[in-house]
Design a protein around this ligand. Structure first.
Ligand code: FAD
Length: 130
């Protein structure tokens, strides 16, 4: 159960594992209680834990996010895209002696510069797997 069973997940915006540790511990406890009541600690009885785990939100989330690790290998997630968003906000928020152009024009130009290209399209297809 928990981390010892590999029940941890990096979902990019958050790391998950505490609730998996608690929930899988609860399922293990239920299985042990059932085995004790039957006085049967055979592999077959204890496999009840596998069944409970497979039916739980834990396994469903593990399956839903199974491609996350390959997506996280995309370095653009940690450099290009945060930088592009930071540039966009800098352009929108900063003030100098020059007149500011329209908000829509600024945003469109910045998005076009950083996001309208083949690499971003490829990345987007990859991000959809998350
Ligand atoms: C940097 C970081 C950030 C994280 N952020 C989040 C978050 O925001 N949200 C979230 O849900 N999860 C987060 N996690 C994951 C989460 O911390 C773990 O998934 C969770 O603590 C796992 O609980 P566990 O009980 O399975 O294992 P652990 O918390 O590792 O507990 C295992 C315990 O067993 C002890 N132990 C090991 N071997 C022995 C031994 N031989 N004898 C006796 N004791 C032993 C260890 O000392 C430890 O106290 C994060 C993890 C990291 C590393």
């Amino acid at each position: 159960m928990g981390d010892a069973a590999g029940l941890g997940l990096n979902m990019l915006v958050t790391v998950r594992g505490m609730e998996y540790a608690m929930a899988s511990g609860l399922l293990a406890g239920r299985t042990i209680k059932m085995a004790k009541e039957k006085n049967d600690f055979s592999a077959s009885t204890l496999s009840h834990y596998d069944r409970l785990l497979n039916e739980s939100f834990i396994t469903k989330e593990m399956n839903n996010y199974q491609n996350t690790l390959s997506v996280l290998e995309n370095e653009g997630l940690f450099s290009k895209y945060p930088q592009a968003i930071s540039n966009l906000f800098e352009k929108v928020m900063s003030v100098d002696e020059n007149p500011k152009e329209g908000l829509y024009q600024t945003i469109f130009r910045e998005l076009k510069k950083d996001f309208f290209n083949f690499q971003t399209f490829k990345d987007w297809l990859q991000f959809r797997k998350m």
